[in-house]
Structure formats: structure tokens, C-alpha cells
Design a protein around this ligand. Sequence first.
Ligand code: SF4
Length: 385
Amino acid sequence: MPTTLIADRIRVNRPQPRAGPVILARMAHADPGRLPQECMTPASPDTVAPSAQTDLPALAPWEFAGLFLTYWCNARCAFCYVHSGPDRGGDMSIARAVELWRSLDRLAGSHGKRMRIHLAGGEPFRDWPRLAGIIHAARQAGLSPLEKIETNAFWATDDDLTRSRLELLDALGVEKLVISTDAYHQEFIPFDRVRRCVEIARRVLGRPRVRVRWWDAYRRPVDLRGAGLETRYDAYRRAFARHRERLAGRAAQVLPALLPRYPAEHFANQSCAESVLRSRHVHIDAYGHIFPGVCSGIVLGRAVGRTVEDVWNDVAANWAQNPLVAAVVAGGSFELMRQAQTFGYQALPDGYADKCHLCTHVRQFLFERGVWPEAIGPAECYASP
Ligand code: SF4
């Protein structure tokens, strides 16, 4: 079984002298000279975790956390890094959000850090009373300030409503509002709502607290509502050329058709240790799944019946027992594909647009077959079933 093979290659609990590149080379079936630079870099003092007693890459303390308040979204963007849409759920209650927030604060504090929380989705403005309630409750509980909220501004339908909501966010101490605008969103959201939200937010919050993602799209807006496939694809190509997105979630399904592709071997030995273990950034959904910051659908652990601190300690000590994490740390998505081939996965004849496209395609295959369910999920991160 692939799990056993990887666990055998990675001996977590066996103390050894530090010889990171050698062990990592063994993990990746690679010559140390061919290892990616990130694997050769010794862990900095603040990344030392229990597993650093071995020669494995250490898990960094989590300092940046996004709470996915829901997988619901009014839009269904082609570049979404999960599979959000109007038919998705996964709503996080006020009590659950505060519980996770408190636990994240404690985790960062125990490492001498300050947790930086952002609220995301899906679309966090789906349920305004709940969103405001979460921020209010966290503030009442004395938790860390909210660093930012991300929104596509779909709710900014008139001036009074927009101003009143932004004034409340200001009063609740929200540090920053991030407003999305690009070709993908403007397939679903009238641009006048984006403009209204940005202009009023700049007046209410002040310019430094308003970020637009992306300003070039804001200055040259497009309206792709009702546009045909060719028009949309042209706009996607231009948008992707300006702002290269990671191809995960729906983006990995839709965008590779517009991009150059490479055989899977092109992505060999591209360890993902930096993204998965060292980024210090995670996302957590309402089900308690904890994902590496940019790798939604890869489950590091679940904060259900245990705290985030418990999960972090468990991941720090035992990540090599997670077959998916072990594979991508050892050799990136190419190593994951090699493991998946033992379950019947066949490489795409047209190849892959980037390493995350390969990773997502392989995970979709494994998810549909129920392989490694503790490490791959939930359904909202995958296209089907
Ligand atoms: S290849 Fe997979 S594990 Fe690596 S960064 Fe991309 S999504 Fe994350």
C-alpha cells in the first residue's frame, strides 16, 4: 500500500543526527543535488516543532488563518480555488467561529506570535447578521483584531445599505476590506456594485484600509455577464497573464484548457514542503478541516472534538503519517501521482499546466474513489460527486 511505503521511508519517531538533505533525498527518491532549494534550507528557530527532532522538515507555527465562513457564493468563478457556488453550504456559526478564533490565538501565543485572522469563503457576506455577529463576538471576547474580510461586493446594491454595513465594520475594528474584481467575478457581479463598495469603503474606512484585487481590473472593468464562451476565454487569458493564479479547485478544471501543458515528469522533485508545512498560513472551514493556506482540499487535520492547538501538535509530530502530505512533501504532485497510479490513476495525455493542476487532478481522482478520506476533502473542495 502506498501509505505503508511512504511511512516506511519517513521515520518520524526515530531520533537521528541532522542530515536533512540526505533524508529528504531518500523521501523523494532523488539525488540531493536535484532537491529543490526549499528542502535544503534549514528550519529557522521559529519553525522548530516536535518533528524537528528528526531530519524532516518541521511544521511552522500557524500565524495567519482564514476562516471559511461558508462555501456558498453567489458566483461560480472559473478561477475559484475551491468549488464555491450558489448550491454550496458549509456555514460556520458564530459560536464555532469564536471557538476556532480563540484556539488559533492561543496557538500563536504559545509560540510567541500574534495570530492574524481573516474571514473568507465562499462569500462571507452571505449572511450579514452572522458575519457582523462573529466579528462582534470575537471583539467582546478580547480576541485578536480581525485583519481583513474578503468580498466580491455582490451585496452592495445601494448606497445606504453599503455605508451602514461599512460603518459597522469600522466600529468593530476591522483592519482591512479586500474587494475582488476581475474578469472572473464580473461574469456574475455587476461592476457598479464593486465601484460603490470601493468608493464608500474609501470614505468610511480610509484608503489604506481598502484593498482591491486587482486595481488594473478596477480601472478597466469588463462586463462578462451573458458573454459567450470565446469572449470569456479571451478575458480569462488576459486576466491570467496579468495575475497568475494557482490552479486548484475549479481553476484547475477550467483554466488549463487555455494554457500550455507539460508532461507530469516536468513537475518531478518539486517538493511542496514550503506551501504545506512552512507557510504559517492555514484555512479552516465550518467542518473543522484545516488546510495549508494555498492547498484547499488537502486536510492537515480536523478541529472537531479537539482544539486547533491539538491539531497543530498532532500534525507537527505525525504529518508523515498523512499519506497525501507525505507524498507532496517528499516529491510534490508528481510523487502524489506516482502513489495514485497504484490506485489506477492515469496521467492526462495532454499534460498539466502547473504542479497544482496535476495535484488537484490526482486528488479529484482519489476523492471520487474514497481513497485517503481523512486527508482529501470535503466535497465542497472537489467538483463531484
Ligand atoms: S502541488 Fe498540491 S500540495 Fe503542492 S502547492 Fe500545489 S496544491 Fe499545494
